[in-house]
Write a protein that binds this ligand. Structure first.
Ligand code: SF4
Length: 382
């Protein structure tokens, strides 16, 4: 390169992808470790009537298949509490009972063999008086707890503070309850301080993370339907996880909970906090595109959505960035003039007409997946 093209550049420094995970105390929710150096786990919550054991177990199986690590079930009635032993025994992933208002269901859930219980101190009657008894029952059964503080059901004593400092009030409430458990020698709990506003939620978790070393369960509560909820959760979780804050996540969507799990898994994959699976790299298209990139990308994504090996497929609309991106992927197409150059592991291997691009990519992706299964997964390029 000619010398006059070279300008002084700053020294090359390693760019961290995310901050080092903040070190928290490790607890166990059944077989899933939470906190410490355990991987960040994905949670969701069933939408079935818990008392309908078959329907609940069926939905838990769907969530498990989508990558859910821990599942929560609502327990608003005695019928639901009665269903817990069967659900806890048959679920392949740990079951957490979600308890509001009535403390007797906390004890029922612990006795039923649930791996964890979420308690909401803000609306459980005389919760503070029962902390000692709850802690003893949890120790006896090896049950993990979550102190789940929500803006919508905050302890009445903190409402005045909430009006001027909502994040502070959430944290205050959580730490007050944590101290009650500490006073009886119990520390096996995670904490959440959820708010519907991602900015307040981020502030609350940052402050909580400074103040204690309990594992933190991240959540933007009442985040909305899938589109808005996905964005709010991704922004808030992304900000915190990139600072090393967060040990388990639950995306809350007014949608099928399987979607919550898919979004949660993708958030973790995007930050390299969970091994990446199938990933598509596709350009947004523009006036230079010589094929229908959007349709091609959608068709390839749909055809490979269940692929569990870490294959990266690039679908690019023209030769500007196409060959470069396709070369960095395991498999790709760089399109031009109604045709596609198929590139595998950096080499152009054939050119096919536009209407054969999807089929060719999908077939080759499955062949690569079979090879990966035999030889072990490749190192994921990040
Ligand atoms: S790869 Fe080509 S078609 Fe796609 S956005 Fe870039 S310039 Fe446009």
């Amino acid at each position: 390169m000619a010398d006059d093209l070279l300008i002084d550049l700053p020294d090359d420094k390693p760019v961290p992808t995310v901050a080092t995970r903040r070190r928290t105390r490790m607890i166990h929710v059944g077989a899933v470790a939470m906190g410490g150096d355990a991987p960040v786990s994905v949670q969701s919550m069933t939408t079935t009537l818990t008392a309908d054991i078959n329907a609940t177990l069926q939905q838990i199986a769907q969530l498990t298949a989508a990558g859910c690590d821990i599942v929560r079930v609502a327990v608003p009635s005695q019928d639901d509490a009665d269903a817990l032993p069967a659900i806890a025994a048959k679920s392949r992933i740990p079951v957490v009972a979600d308890i509001h208002f009535n403390p007797k269901y906390v004890f029922a859930a612990i006795g039923a063999g649930c791996a964890g219980v979420r308690v909401n101190p803000g609306n459980i009657k005389r919760f503070d008086d029962k902390v000692g008894e709850i802690a003893r029952a949890a120790v006896d059964h090896g049950t993990g707890l979550r102190i789940g503080i929500n803006a919508g059901s905050l302890d009445k004593r903190l409402m005045e503070m909430y009006r001027t400092d909502p994040a502070g009030a959430l944290v205050q409430s959580a730490l007050n309850e944590a101290r009650l458990f500490e006073d009886v020698g119990f520390h096996d709990f995670a904490i959440s301080v959820k708010h519907h506003d991602p900015v307040i939620m981020i502030q609350a978790y940052r402050r909580l993370s400074e103040a204690c070393d309990y594992p933190l369960h991240l959540g933007v509560t009442e985040a909305g339907p899938a589109f808005q909820g996905t964005i709010k959760s991704s922004v808030a979780f992304g900000a915190l996880l990139a600072e090393g804050i967060g040990d388990t996540i639950r995306v809350s969507l007014s949608a099928d909970p399987v979607e919550e799990v898919k979004v949660g898994v993708k958030i973790l994959e995007s930050l390299n906090l969970r091994p990446r699976q199938f990933e598509i790299v596709s350009c947004p298209s523009c006036g230079r595109a010589q094929v229908d990139v959007c349709t091609l990308a959608e068709q390839v994504t749909e055809a490979l959505k269940d692929m569990t090996v870490p294959i990266r497929v690039a679908v690019m609309g023209c030769v500007v960035n196409g060959p470069g991106e396709a070369r960095e992927a395991d498999l790709g197409v760089a399109s031009g003039n109604g045709k596609g150059q198929i590139i595998a592991k950096g080499q152009v291997i054939r050119t096919v007409p536009e209407d054969e691009i999807v089929e060719t990519l999908v077939t080759m992706a499955h062949e690569m997946a079979a090879d990966f299964a035999e030889q072990g997964s490749p190192q994921v390029i990040v």
